[in-house]
Design a protein around this ligand. Sequence first.
Ligand code: MN
Length: 427
Amino acid sequence: MKLELNQIQDLNKQKAAEQAEHFGFLKLALDKKGIDAEAIVQKLADFQVAIPSWALGSGGTRFGRFSTGGQPVNLEQKIEDIGLLHALTQTAGAVSLHIPWDIPTDPAATKQLADSHGIVFDAVNSNTFQDQEGQVETYKYGSLADRQTAVREQAVAHNTEVIRYGKLLGSKSLTVWLADGASFPGQNNFRKSLQNTQRSLQEIYAELPADWRMFIEYKPYEPSFYSTVIQDWGTSLMLAEGCGEKAFCLVDLGHHLPNTNIEQIVATLMMKGKLGGFHFNDSKYGDDDLTVGSIKPYQLFLIFNELVYGMNHNEANNPPLAWMIDASHNIKDPLEDLIQSLEAIQLAYAQALLVDTPALEAAQADNDVVLGQELLQDAYRTDVRPLIREARLRRNGALNPITTYRSLQVRDHLIKERGLKTVATGL
Ligand SMILES: [Mn+2]
């Protein structure tokens, strides 16, 4: 299914006058504060987030999985779904492939299909956390960190294969997330596991094309419950520095222990020029993979505030970040959930762009703690939705993507096309 521009524009017309009024009012208010609303709208319009190929179906928990009808069953249908998201939101102009869940059988045709939807290939993701059919060695006890050379070699070779697919599709980066760790004390030697991981990553790094980057993701626990080899940003940074200038850290919002100050991690990594990728989701307890901004929108704003500060004060030459949604959809329609996540990301970004940084720095210099908080919360409490809608409107997206998705009965069409009982590969 493909949405036609006139289908979206017909629905936009019904709310066009209201949007013009809301945007005009906000523009005037921002103008009085010396903020250029047009410049913010342009930044929002340019901001694109990758959709992972595994997030378009209903995910499960370890207790069960409830299907959504019309799920994509192959890579082509997944790209079609991202095409729908992009047509509605104009923010989902990239796909992040997972190998081997989504191996392109005809890369040139896959690339052409993505092109036709205005979608580019972002980072490719390797998977050494599961055994695949026909695989010789098992990853049950580890992959890049494993004590056996043959297991590590197999895991390194898989990553090399992923790079090969990425090159065919026009990707420029590889994301490595490892499940390696121990579930019980005494299971592993911490030091040897870390040394093996560093060596394996260096071997993968040696295979990276000159214009590629490697992102090293960290996570404190799960699936291992006692220790994870790459447990935190410090370990990730150490490993990235041990590989070279094309290796970077990747922050996944769900990969932190409760109450971790993620915005401070972002500030630190950007100061070092070592923040490469960013995975969005939200959580209440652990790696819950919930809709972005559904639980802690203020934290998301504070994180974006550091991202914006880092991008504007980039002495360490931190490269442009690879943004991706990394979530699972257990009970919502995956496409509606992704639309909500994309909206939440844009809201936080827009709010962060409103922060009066010179005033904040002056307040900090004066130790005016109250004013510092007021300045942040003034930005956070501004209703920036007219700015986001304006950005979408100017790119021919939907003024209200969820309403449009429902009015056009997209899910019903997908069920008719693909059937009610389909299962997507992925989480
Ligand atoms: Mn992730």
